[in-house]
Design a binder for this molecule. Structure first.
Ligand SMILES: [Zn+2]
Length: 231
């Protein structure tokens, strides 16, 4: 069953922020810091929440930090842990925390059936079509043809670029064992990974991640408004 609006926990420290608009529409799910050293997406989501993020239509679910121990350590995995992004669909009975958490997240996805699942990553390499893998800045999809939302969002991002260095590209890069592809396979949703290049200042990366999320939400029919913070 879909979650009621408010805050819910899929682990003692993993919060799902659930928003519901008055107008009906699709559900979008955005998550960050599945890799703990890729922090810009988490910062972007926290900024958006602080500004009073609310959907215009449908439902919006936000998980700002998926992997807290990894985020605290600023490392890809938790110290001594597994790559959470490679533990899907997870296992509720597993010894490893990552498999159990992946299962909780997978159950959330299966209950919510979002139209869009966007995962906010970052890349140590700047995107270069001649270099595989290289990701920053790309919107990555793993099922062809590209979902139309990818081209639309990339075009709009590049239309409003402040600096040509920040140019975005769509990138087809299937990784069969990644959380995104396991989720796409199970639900048929649009599953995207957002990648910014870590060579930019954090402030720029955060601004870029935020803008991508806003445009994706708009293109998927959920939209993002800000009510202003109540605190
Ligand atoms: Zn990543």
């Amino acid at each position: 069953m879909p979650l009621a609006p408010g805050h819910h926990f899929i682990a003692p420290n993993v919060v799902v922020h659930v928003f519901e608009a008055d107008r009906p529409g699709p559900t979008a799910l955005v998550q960050a810091a599945i890799h703990g050293d890729e922090i810009a997406g988490a910062h972007a989501l926290f900024e958006m929440l602080e500004a009073g993020l609310t959907p215009r239509c449908g439902r919006l679910l936000v998980v700002p930090i998926m992997n807290h121990p990894a985020f605290r350590a600023r490392t890809r995995t938790a110290p001594g842990g597994l790559d959470l992004n490679r533990c899907f669909p997870g296992d509720a009975g597993a010894h490893e925390r990552e498999y159990r958490l992946a299962r909780r997240f997978m159950d959330l996805v299966l209950d919510e059936r979002p139209a869009l699942v966007a995962t906010l990553h970052e890349s140590q390499k700047r995107y270069d079509p001649a270099v595989t893998p290289s990701f920053g800045q790309t919107i990555v999809y793993g099922v062809e043809p590209a979902p139309p939302i990818v081209e639309a969002t990339v075009a709009r991002l590049n239309d409003e670029l402040a600096d040509p260095e920040e140019t975005w590209a769509p990138l087809y890069y299937p990784v069969a064992t990644s959380s995104t592809e396991v989720i796409v396979e199970a639900t048929g949703c649009i599953g995207l990974c957002i990648e910014t290049w870590m060579g930019f200042d954090l402030e720029r990366r955060v601004a870029m991640q935020r803008r991508v999320v806003e445009l994706l939400l708009e293109d998927v029919g959920v939209g993002a408004d800000y009510r202003g913070s109540s605190l």
